[in-house]
Design a protein around this ligand. Structure first.
Ligand code: SUG
Length: 448
């Protein structure tokens, strides 16, 4: 059964703003309280999606969740009608207001961990929506994200959408941003690499000193178990504390893999040489073919440039002609070291033969590059027929989404705007309209 990868990009929501909510995410802290442009952000994201679709690669969209999430404000003790809730939260604790307004579900690499059917013992495609326990604003996403996945992947013969892991620091999970799949061809079983920053139950491993490690080994092990993965094709790697302390809050900020190619900075993993040799061996045993690991040294690109350029947060995609395209943020063109790395990559003997640079400034300012904005889902032909088709990015859907954004999104948002009750009604109307465009039931997005 042939299978192909689809990239599910999050449509940036109408409340995209810079609230500095993610400790350990340098860009989020740097842009705290700056003005944002939801309209530009959404259009930048859509342009990237269109480029991928035009390459002949499967491209789908995931909708923004309805924000503000007023249920959260009620849960933390605010009372009154919608308008009063906003005003009280604004006056008492604007951080709580910003949390309930965050458009952070745009970074769909954090929506779930996905194991294609070929990897899972029951032959179904498994999703575990991430509990996102490590940050307050993101911990508000999982219930609605789970509803969205269940609406799109409804057919239980083909798909399993698990509940998120229990929300506790021991099982803190950030989804596919800490997960990579290597294989010889998408329909073949893959080697699944899970990356954690800490082991909650093992105090003997080294921890970052400055910033939090968001993903635990225990959550990775739980996901591998519930997805029914074979131990012989599963690897657990630990992020280096130095990388986390430099601002690598997710592993997709420092490595990216696709099929038989794995790009990484030399300081990404604890015991890197030994661990990568284990991955190589596993790959060769499984596929009788070599894994191409491309490592970039500190001299080529420092940890701090890795974080500021987001080189490894590029999307590495296989085109229908078999070549690979690297979709980088524009910052990789302006940084001389990141640019040199891209040039070394295409000059060397490997499948990567095209590099494209994309302007994604609005999302980048919150620490979200090309790879953060997409979730990879390998679908067999049968699964493609079984999933909800309204989210596949066709030319018509692209046109409708651009029009919808232009009509409904503000050009600018500043922190004070979050107390404006008009923003709430505008957003609700926009999400309502979007449900029609994507043919999704309104209670999926407006059910909270
Ligand atoms: O979780 N930023 C997101 C960025 C997520 C990037 N995703 C991947 N690397 N896959 C985060 O830190 C900032 C929101 C704010 O500060 O307003 C934010 O949530």
């Amino acid at each position: 059964m042939t299978a192909r990868e689809f990239n599910f990009d999050g449509i940036v929501g109408p409340t995209h703003n810079y609230a500095g909510l993610s400790y350990g995410n340098v860009a989020s802290a740097t842009h705290r309280h700056k003005s944002s442009s939801p309209k530009t952000a959404a259009l930048q994201g859509l342009r990237k999606m269109k480029f991928v679709a035009d390459l002949g690669i499967g491209q789908c969209v995931l909708p923004p969740l309805y924000r503000p999430y007023l249920g959260f404000l009620r849960a933390v003790g605010f009372t009154g009608n919608d308008e009063q809730l906003l005003e009280k939260a604004f006056r008492t604790d604007p951080v709580l207001l910003a949390a309930c307004y965050s458009a952070s579900n745009m970074w769909t690499a954090n929506a779930a961990t996905v194991s294609p059917a070929a990897d899972c013992q029951d032959g179904r495609l498994h999703f575990t929506p991430a509990n996102l326990t490590s940050t307050l604003h993101r911990s508000l996403e999982p219930p609605a994200t789970t509803r969205v996945f269940r609406a799109i992947f409804e057919n239980e013969d083909a798909f399993v959408v698990h509940d998120p892991l229990p929300s506790t620091l021991v099982l803190a999970d950030e989804g596919a941003a800490n997960h990579t799949r290597l294989t010889i061809e998408p329909s073949q079983p893959g080697i699944e690499i899970f990356v954690h920053g800490r082991a909650a139950m093992n105090r003997n491993i080294t921890f970052p000193k400055k910033f939090p490690a968001r993903q635990t080994l225990e959550s990775c092990q739980a996901i591998a178990r519930r997805h029914g993965l074979l131990a012989s094709r599963t690897v657990h790697l630990q992020q280096t504390p130095a990388a986390i302390d430099a601002g690598v809050f997710h592993n997709d900020v420092i490595s990216v893999g696709n099929e038989n190619v794995f790009l990484t900075h030399v300081q990404a993993f604890v015991d890197q040489a030994a661990m990568l040799s284990q991955v190589r061996q596993m790959f060769e045993q499984q596929f009788d073919s070599p894994l191409q690991v491309v490592e970039f040294s500190d001299g080529e690109i420092s940890l701090s440039k890795t974080v500021s350029s987001y080189l490894f947060n590029s999307q590495l995609l296989t085109r229908p002609d078999g070549g690979m395209t690297l979709i980088c943020p524009l910052d990789c063109k302006t940084s001389s070291s990141a640019y040199a790395c891209t040039q070394r990559l295409i000059a060397e003997d490997n499948p990567v033969d095209q590099v494209e640079f994309f302007e994604l400034r609005q999302s980048m300012n919150n620490g979200g590059g090309p790879a953060c904005l997409r979730l990879r889902v390998v679908l067999t032909e049968e699964q493609q027929k079984a999933m909800h088709s309204g989210i596949i990015l066709t030319k018509t859907l692209y046109g409708s989404l651009v029009k919808w954004v232009e009509k409904n999104y503000r050009n600018e948002l500043i922190p004070d705007d979050l107390r404006d009750p008009n923003l709430l009604t505008e957003t609700r109307d926009a999400i309502h309209e979007l449900c029609g465009i994507l043919d999704l039931p309104t209670d999926v997005l407006l059910g909270d």
